[in-house]
Design a protein around this ligand. Structure first.
Ligand code: SAM
Length: 170
């Protein structure tokens, strides 16, 4: 009976999230570390936000480079796993929240996104809205060319770097 409930909860949590965004597929740590070094030189002056932070692998890689790392994750199981795996990392925090509803922290400098093409326009809208609200540039590291390689500042393997500058009107 307990097994039945556990399987049911896993199906509900991992399945329902797909309505609001990408399914859980973790990034590989060595590629993240390379992107946070060669594509965007992450430092202790940065605040990185991972939109849909999964088990927190990106957050911990960012913290290892001295940056403050903030995750937004909708799946309660992944949220708990992140809290457990990151319990010794003082620079890592995670919110159980929907990425499309919660504003970025005001100190955000760079956003990491590994999602689905379906959400391309939602992501552009959110990034532009936040760059306008904070009135400064925000960098976006995307896994995959969901925003188009022609719009990227730089690329490294499967990662692309984008810049969002504030506009006077959205
Ligand atoms: C492809 S995984 C990437 C995980 C992590 N960023 C990484 O690179 O390892 C996408 C993650 O986004 C989460 N997610 C999907 N839609 C979401 C939403 N609307 N709000 C918060 N998290 C969401 C999923 O639960 C999943 O953990």
């Amino acid at each position: 009976m307990i097994i039945f409930w556990i399987i049911g909860l896993l199906v509900v949590f991992f399945g329902l999230v797909i309505i609001r965004g990408a399914p859980y597929v973790p990034s590989q740590k060595r590629y993240i570390t390379r992107a946070l070094t060669d594509l965007y030189h992450l430092s202790e002056h940065d605040v990185l936000v991972d939109l849909g932070s999964g088990d927190g692998v990106v957050l911990r890689a960012a913290a290892q480079k001295g940056a403050t790392a903030v995750g937004f994750e909708l799946n309660p199981i992944l949220y708990i796993i992140t809290r457990l795996l990151s319990r010794c990392e003082s620079l890592v925090s995670v919110y159980l929240t929907d990425i499309w509803l919660k504003p970025l922290p005001n100190a955000t400098t760079v956003v990491y996104y590994f999602g689905v093409k379906r959400d391309k326009y939602k992501l552009i809208k959110k990034m532009q809205h936040e760059a306008n609200r904070l009135d400064r540039q925000l960098k976006l590291i995307c896994y995959g060319d969901m925003l188009g390689s022609e719009n990227a500042i730089r690329s490294d393997g499967a990662y692309l770097l984008y810049n969002f500058a504030p506009l006077q009107s959205e």
